[in-house]
Design a protein around this ligand. Structure first.
Ligand SMILES: [Zn+2]
Length: 225
């Protein structure tokens, strides 16, 4: 089985989607890119997430041709392919229809910096890309354009695109976008939320980088004998 490790991870994160508030039914999809082989593993279309196994995950090349797996890949395969073609720093993509973020997307609103965890997206805002038909190259191109060097955007009247250097980052970003959208909508119901300035967000992004380095050092820490 090709890309066994990536297929196991995609299946595991898909099962996580099914127990989280990030999806409804079989909507949404997840992929992981193996840059060395030029192949990516993606969830199949219309299959219950809680039953997903590594064998159900489909492996494709960067021309979006299936090279291993017996299921039909997700209908948003071009969205994932385009992220990997356009960005050398993206190795995982999580696409959801999570309800609070999709509420902003149907309004066509950007998600502003209502909370510092927006920094997971790599910028001060999660912008909303204009509507394009699902499953089309136009949607993929527009979404990647709106990422604009960052990791996340909303897709108007559709959902969320969260990407990252690895699946942990992409999935966490999808969770944080939903959290911030929830907080933003609640805050707007009772008042005017404070929006962090670009400078405050630049500080938050820098702080995340410090913590990421510390975490990496901790993971490689060898205790003295
Ligand atoms: Zn979708």
């Amino acid at each position: 089985m090709q890309l066994q490790k990536e297929r196991e991870q995609v299946a595991r994160y898909c099962r996580k989607l099914s127990t989280s508030r990030l999806t409804t039914g079989t909507s949404g999809n997840i992929s992981i890119f193996n840059r060395e082989s030029g192949l990516f593993a993606i969830s199949p279309g219309s299959l219950d997430y809680d039953k997903m196994t590594p064998e159900d995950i489909v492996v494709l090349n960067l021309e979006a041709r299936v090279v291993d797996g017996c299921r039909r890949p997700s209908s948003e395969v071009l969205l994932h392919q385009m992220c990997y073609l356009a960005r050398k720093d993206i190795n995982a993509v999580v696409h959801t229809h999570s309800p609070k973020a999709t509420t902003l997307a149907v309004l066509g609103w950007d998600l502003p910096a209502v909370h510092y965890v927006i920094a997971f997206g790599g910028g001060a805002t999660i912008p909303c890309a204009p509507y394009r038909l699902f499953g089309t190259p136009e949607l993929a191109e527009t979404a990647v354009q709106y990422l604009d060097g960052k990791y996340g955007c909303l897709l108007a009247s559709h959902g969320v695109l969260a990407a990252g250097p690895d699946i942990g980052h992409a999935y966490t970003l999808a969770e944080q976008i939903e959290f911030c959208a929830d907080v933003y909508l609640r805050a707007r119901m009772v008042g005017t939320p404070n929006i962090l300035s670009d400078e405050q967000m630049a500080d938050a992004i820098a702080q995340f980088k410090v913590y990421a380095k510390q975490e990496e050092a901790d993971n490689h820490f060898v205790p003295p004998v």
